[in-house]
Design a binder for this molecule. Structure first.
Ligand SMILES: C[S@@+](CC[C@H](N)C(=O)[O-])C[C@H]1O[C@@H](n2cnc3c(N)ncnc32)[C@H](O)[C@@H]1O
Length: 440
């Protein structure tokens, strides 16, 4: 059973492809009987997003032969591209004539106009909110260095952010947040295992604290796995922010499991207060397009704009984009869930300018402030664990391993190999051979 929103292709199109595993093999009555429990996974396909809605976990069966019972999948054309065309005549295609950001901005307005959080209710809403406390520790930075100003606060970000000085509150240009995922990670001091409702409430509280310090042109990025991505998106929407991108950080070295597909991604959610006036520097993050790198299409180099370069796509991977584990040079041994420097480089270059203020409410090993400082941005990091904070500060002092203020030559992230036609390749190889003979 398939529900294909906004798409008129027949179900066999999907069942014959990636989504075959999710074909519905029990009766509709059975499905309705269980009721939906929420988003289980989001699978970016490059052309849309499939939302398999997992039913009661105890009741559904998953066999590694990819024939689960009672798994329901909604496929929706959410990844829209702005197409500059007069007559849009591709119903069922993947482009949307309005453009994705326009659609999201309209959604944000509609939710605001509906009042009372747009009627969005989430599981953790009933749990009591955190009451921010003022203590000397949370009201002043524990560690700091100048030029550009870099400050590390020690404490709970839900206490620190409301106590930041007036010149900071409402003036932060970029927030990057990589919170604890509630996965029982043994952080040095933070207890990472709350009851679900409490964790959601914690999440809404720190998100609200971040929104309060963000400037009018500011962006808020959240790094979050499948479990809580949907709730964060809905919470930010009900707070009036606009989703600019739902990016995915893809890595190929994760946990191995055979009870479901192996986790190989985390969501990088990009929201802004004012989509039309946000700080956005596409030229700072350009990479070589597939058209230039694979198809050797000369026309793309001749274009006035970008000359074979483009803004990266919203699935991020490649050299130095793996998880920071093992003997990775970036690795800080005392830290868990460290994020690659290149991830922060992309976010910081794209969404802030030199001299701007970047804030990370969950500093961890210090990746955000380390990269921000190298890129000449002011930064504030908040870290609950005292030991973590000290170690992050020494990393900031040392500077990054990969990222340099002067951007290194942009590369291509193309997956496919160079497609020089075989005949051309042969004659090229011949020419190289005869040249080397001549040289001898
Ligand atoms: C996922 S890690 C961040 C990793 C970081 N992005 C990096 O690259 O190293 C989360 C960090 O947040 C800290 N933390 C947890 N709860 C916190 C809170 N309420 N306020 C501030 N920091 C907190 C933990 O101690 C941990 O170091």
């Amino acid at each position: 059973m398939w529900y294909c929103a906004g798409d008129n292709r027949p179900a066999p199109f999907y069942t014959s492809r990636l989504f075959r595993w999710a074909s519905y093999s029990s009766s509709l009555t059975e499905t309705l009987g269980y009721g939906f429990r929420g988003f289980a996974q989001f699978i970016p396909t490059g052309v849309g997003i499939a939302f398999p809605l997992q039913l009661s976990p105890a009741d559904y069966s998953f066999a590694p032969d990819f024939s689960p019972r009672s798994t329901y999948c909604i496929y929706s054309n959410l990844m829209a591209e702005k197409k500059i065309i007069d007559h849009f005549d591709r119903p069922g295609g993947y482009a949307m004539p309005k453009g994705a950001t326009v659609v999201q901005a309209q959604a944000a307005k509609a939710i605001k106009a509906a009042g009372v959080d747009g009627g969005i209710r989430l599981f953790g809403d009933a749990a009591p909110s955190h009451q921010a406390s003022i203590s000397q520790a949370s009201a002043s930075p524990r560690l700091q260095m100048d030029n550009p100003l870099t400050q590390v606060y020690v404490g709970d970000c839900r206490d620190v952010l409301p106590n930041l000085p007036a010149e900071v509150r409402g003036h932060v240009d970029l927030v990057f947040a990589d919170p604890p995922f509630n996965w029982d990670v043994p952080y040095d001091e933070w207890e990472d295992g709350m009851p679900r409702a409490e964790y959601e409430r914690f999440t809404y509280d720190w998100l609200d604290a971040c929104i309060d310090v963000l400037g009018p042109r500011g962006s808020l990025w959240v790094n979050i796995p499948d479990d809580t991505a949907a709730e964060i998106v809905l919470h930010l929407k009900r707070r009036g922010l606009t989703m600019i991108n739902w990016c995915v950080w893809h890595f190929r070295f994760g946990q191995c499991r055979n009870t479901s597909f192996i986790m190989s991604k985390v969501h990088a959610l990009y929201f802004a207060k004012d989509p039309a006036n946000r700080i956005w520097n596409p030229d700072e993050i350009l990479e070589i397009s597939d058209r230039a790198a694979i198809y050797n299409d000369k026309r793309t180099h001749e274009k006035d704009t970008n000359k074979g370069m483009r803004v990266p796509m919203d699935v991020w991977y490649g050299p130095y984009w793996g998880r920071i584990q093992g003997n990775n040079k970036e690795r800080r041994s005392a830290h868990h869930n460290q994020i690659p420097e290149v991830y922060l480089e992309r976010v910081i270059r794209a969404c802030s300018n030199e001299g701007d203020l970047v804030l990370d409410p969950f500093l961890g090993s210090g990746t955000t402030c380390t990269v921000a400082r190298e890129l000449n941005r002011r930064s504030i990091g908040v870290e609950f664990g005292e030991g973590n904070a000290a170690s992050a500060f020494s990393r900031i002092e040392q500077g990054p391993i990969r990222v340099k203020r002067q951007r290194s030559a942009p590369k291509s992230s193309a997956i496919a190999a160079d497609r020089t036609p075989t005949s051309k390749k042969k004659s090229k190889a011949k020419a190289t051979k005869s040249n080397s003979k001549a040289a001898k």
